[in-house]
Design a protein around this ligand. Sequence first.
Ligand code: ACM
Ligand code: ZN
Length: 524
Amino acid sequence: MINIIPQPVKININHEKKGYTINSNSKISQHYVAEELIMFVKNTLKKDILICNDGTENIILKTDSSFLYDEGYTIVCSDDTIIVTAKNDIGIFYAVQTLKQIFLQLDGIIPCFEIEDYPRFDYRGYLLDCGRYFFTVDEIIRIVDFIALHKFNVLHWHLTEDQGWRIEIKKYPLLTEKGSKRSHTNFNHKPHGGYYTQEDIKEIVAYCHAHKIKVIPEFDVPGHNVASIACYPYLSCFNRNLEVATHWGVKRDILCAGKESTYKFVYDVLDELIELFPDKIIHIGGDEAFKERWKICPECQKAIKENNLSCEDELQMFFMSKVNDYLKSKGCSSIMWGNDTDGDTDTLSTDIAWTVYKPNCTEESINKELERGRKLINTRNSAYYLDFPYGWTSLKQVCDDNGALTETDDDTWGIEACMWTEYVPNIKKLEFLTFPRLGAISENAWSPNGTATFQNFIDKADSYYKLLDVYNINYAPLKKACPSFIYKHASSVWFKRRVFHWEGIHTFFDNKKVERMTKNTVTD
Ligand code: ACM
Ligand code: ZN
């Protein structure tokens, strides 16, 4: 038995033959990923593998352009060699991730076997919310190592939030000078802040690329912009003077969709993002944009009239489509949070892909968007929100999710695990919530439909935890990841309670204040 997560497509073991044992005379072909395997073997098996290129290698890494799958690979282990074949470096990289698990589990004593492997979905993402809490460059690099190990190929980097603006934008220096800091948090009365310089961003993008990971930055518009409004009040309806948000919750002050100056700001920020993120896909948010202010803002109302729109929801679709058009004109494409613009999406550009996160997005609306040609990524929070406690989303629940949004895999571009950080203030907590669920999500994203079950995962858990130990990961033990009924219930009650904190009395009274203040300013 060889336990690998995510489960490969095919694996055959031949116990009749002797196989190959890794030793200090083992040689591996020269290849930049070879270095990673050498380090892993040195740390775990305490053996030094040599790099060589003279035809005497025992671990052979070779590319073959006729190989069928872009990200796939085969590994064939016989009595004296382990041969990896892939179409390109990506497949070699994934084969090395698989070999690490095999070497560790079998202590370097490898039976004869053959593996054929390739991914189920093209898009396999991990969202990291650095807006609520700042994570250092070193911490992000650690996270990138983990996601690469699980054969994920996208880092969706959530960089702008109500509680903090995290990316240096040269044209708008206040965004980081002021917008990156909040005076206190939900958890304590200490200030919290931090941001990435453009040099930091380049370093992380380069690291991701070396690990076959694309980087999709998220600049969330028009909602989730209290930090930017705190720096530049003209971005909001009624030019409100706000502080960077301290607490969780969906804020009512969003970008004003009626002012040209808002579009100029958005385009200027996008111009700098386009330069920094060469993968040319940008997530433009679009979630949780409550329309209280737009309903009473003369400029938003004027925009609705002038553009023959029927309501504020259509104004948002107009806004998102305009931002998408701008990105398109610069050779980029965009993604937004799907089914969040309440109402019919007839007027929303079909070029915008969706991360579908609400479990109640109906089959009917999914099919409608598919017919329109929209690309859909499964981020349903019933299985893929890693910030939810195990009592809310157990490991079993993740394993049991099929992964696809419809009956056929072809309709789903991929899967994304979302690490929101409203209540994840440090990497230790992040790791606890991420593992072991990330292993199960990687199986939904990579392994053939139906091959990865909860029972299979449990059977492989010992080997998986041994792998996580190599990286010193602060994972949740199985007992916590699969909680009892009582614990599950208690945890759900606690989690529901947090909604009270999120929305808060503060938001309620603040809304009333704005309504009073603006009572007489509405046109018509
Ligand atoms: C989201 O959960 N607001 C995308
Ligand atoms: Zn407005």
